[in-house]
Design a protein around this ligand. Structure first.
Ligand code: NDP
Length: 507
């Protein structure tokens, strides 16, 4: 474990630009309002935005789902899930039950939101958030437009927008088909493809860190960086989402969306300005530059694994999972970005369920000091301890750490690695608004910077589809690991073959 040097922070006064942009009037409709995402993330975030007066009084929420409930039942359900919720917010929450396929249900929804629009003065501004199984995204959008609940072209004043959750497709063809289907009904400026990781302060900090400071850009390239590691480790298994997960797997669930977004933020060039199109243009260049995988040598670039009996029961023994399931609960990938900045530098991406820790982080591992004058001073046997490493801690710890070498007091010939560290919670207190509040606010504001663009979704699926197809054959290249461990041993051999090692919290 390295010593940690806490920086003696001075919190500087923030400027006017740090004031939160407040949203205008809006009615927010949640499809699948009885479900997990609505209850655990969307409604608490909406309530927080309302309580903090980030959304105005001209605001209401309508839950829509098949479960039969009255307004009062729905409010009671929310009260149970969110003890202490403010009644002022709840009084604006309404419910319509209906079937996602039934035109009559959309007529009832239309009548309800038009009535609420005049009660709350929301000026015909509506967001429709599809918190339902992905197979319903296309049909619901078609029905909303077909029944006149949403109007194509309403992207400004007034606005009619949809928020669509991941997974957006399950391969290249289905993602293209879904995009084309949606764009047959709506303009792209009305479609908000959610990646809630982009709502995290720690993720948004990556661009600020890189481009608002002058000291990092000169070393942010293949000349100075040895490799980059993006790590998403979870202690949890599939919990109550077995059906969804077993049909999806970790590559579709994590790599295609969140991890490719993190990769693009680390690798992209500076955008011409900090707006949605400029930022997404630069991300797209990264996605387009990822070198395709040679499927004949897939084991050079990918390892996949599944947890077996260990500290917890095996994946195949989880309720709702088949005894012969070949869904991956772990993977590592080695990707190369074929451009002048990054050519030849590996980006290692690693994710797993039922590992020994919960940690999402990005480490930029710099090349070893080449002067060599302290070569025989070093006390560390571990080569990774001698490198400078900049780590973005995304969750649960939130901050940035820089590892460097320093002289050990009193001992002339002794160096030791130290970490210079800052922590969001230490500095700013309790967690900020939360990722869903941030993406909901931006959707109300009509800012698509935190959302996937069509081309990005399609490029990332295009890259991954041959890999997923290769692994459709059960057992092919599956490495098992005990639940609660560090993952399969093959993952260590995989990175060691390249002369590198995984960077972990506490190393
Ligand atoms: P749920 O499985 O809880 O489903 C949401 C609601 O959809 C249910 O309450 C149910 O409502 C309705 N529903 C479920 N299955 C069907 C079906 N087969 N046919 C028709 N309606 C159905 O999903 P989540 O809330 O967990 O997730 C919603 C979406 O968000 C999914 O696409 C998921 O991938 C995505 N997502 C979820 C996250 C989470 O943390 N939960 C995180 C990131 C993305 P009713 O029966 O009342 O109509």
């Amino acid at each position: 474990m390295n010593k940690v040097v806490r920086m003696d922070f001075q919190k500087f006064p923030v400027g006017m630009s740090c004031e939160i942009t407040r949203a205008g009037s809006c009615g927010f409709v949640i499809f699948g309002a009885s479900g997990d995402l609505a209850q655990r993330k969307l409604l608490p975030s909406l309530s927080l935005l309302f309580d903090k007066k980030i959304v105005p009084k001209n605001f209401f929420v309508v839950g829509f789902a098949r479960t039969k409930m009255e307004d009062s039942d729905f409010r009671e359900k929310i009260r149970k899930n969110m003890p202490g919720i403010h009644e002022d917010f709840l009084s604006r929450v309404h419910y319509v039950y209906g079937d996602y396929e039934d035109d009559g249900s959309y007529a009832a929804l239309k009548m309800k939101i038009e009535e609420l629009d005049s009660v709350y003065g929301t000026e015909n501004n509506f967001i429709f958030c599809l918190a339902v199984p992905p197979a319903l995204y296309g049909d619901i959008t078609g029905k909303l437009v077909g029944n006149g609940v949403m109007k194509k072209g309403f992207s400004g004043k007034p606005f009619h927008r949809i928020m669509i959750e991941k997974p957006f497709g399950r391969d290249y063809r289905s993602a293209v088909a879904l995009n084309e289907h949606l764009l047959g009904y709506l303009d792209d400026s009305q479609i908000f493809r959610v990646d809630h990781y982009l709502g995290k302060d720690t993720v948004q900090n990556i661009l600020v860190f890189r481009f608002a400071n002058s000291i990092f850009e000169p070393v942010w390239n293949s000349k100075c960086v040895e490799y980059v590691q993006i790590n998403v480790s979870e202690e949890l298994g599939v919990e109550n989402r077995a059906g969804y997960f077993d049909n999806t797997g970790l590559i579709r669930d994590m790599l295609q969306n969140h991890m490719f977004q993190l990769l693009s933020l680390v690798a992209m060039e500076a955008p011409s300005s900090y707006d949605a199109e400029s930022v997404r243009n630069e991300k797209q260049k990264v996605f387009d530059s990822i070198a395709p995988v040679d499927i004949d040598r897939i084991e050079d670039c990918f390892v996949r694994g599944q947890y077996t009996d260990g500290k917890y029961p095996a994946y195949r023994k989880e309720p709702g999972i088949g005894a012969m399931s070949c869904t991956e609960t772990f993977f590592t990938a080695k990707l190369f970005i074929d451009n002048d900045r990054w050519r030849g530098i590996p980006f290692y991406l690693k994710a797993g369920k039922r590992l020994d820790r919960k940690e999402t982080s990005i480490s930029i591992v710099f090349k070893n000091n080449t002067t060599g004058i302290f070569g025989d001073f070093n006390i560390s046997d571990l080569e990774k301890h001698t490198r400078n490493i900049l780590t973005f801690k995304i969750q649960p710890e939130q901050g940035v750490t820089l590892r460097f070498q320093a002289k050990v007091p009193g001992l002339k010939r002794c160096l030791a690695p130290l970490n210079l560290e800052f922590d969001y919670i230490d500095l700013y207190g309790a967690e900020a608004a939360g990722d869903y509040a941030s993406v909901i606010l931006d959707c109300i504001l009509g800012d698509q910077m935190l959302f996937w663009r069509r081309d990005g979704i399609e490029s990332t699926w295009k890259f991954l589809t041959p890999v997923l197809k290769y692994w459709e054959t059960c057992e092919r290249g599956m490495h098992f690991y005990p639940a609660g461990s560090r993952g399969p041993e093959e993952a260590d051999r995989f990175i060691e073959r390249n002369g590198h090692s995984w960077i972990e919290e506490g190393d």
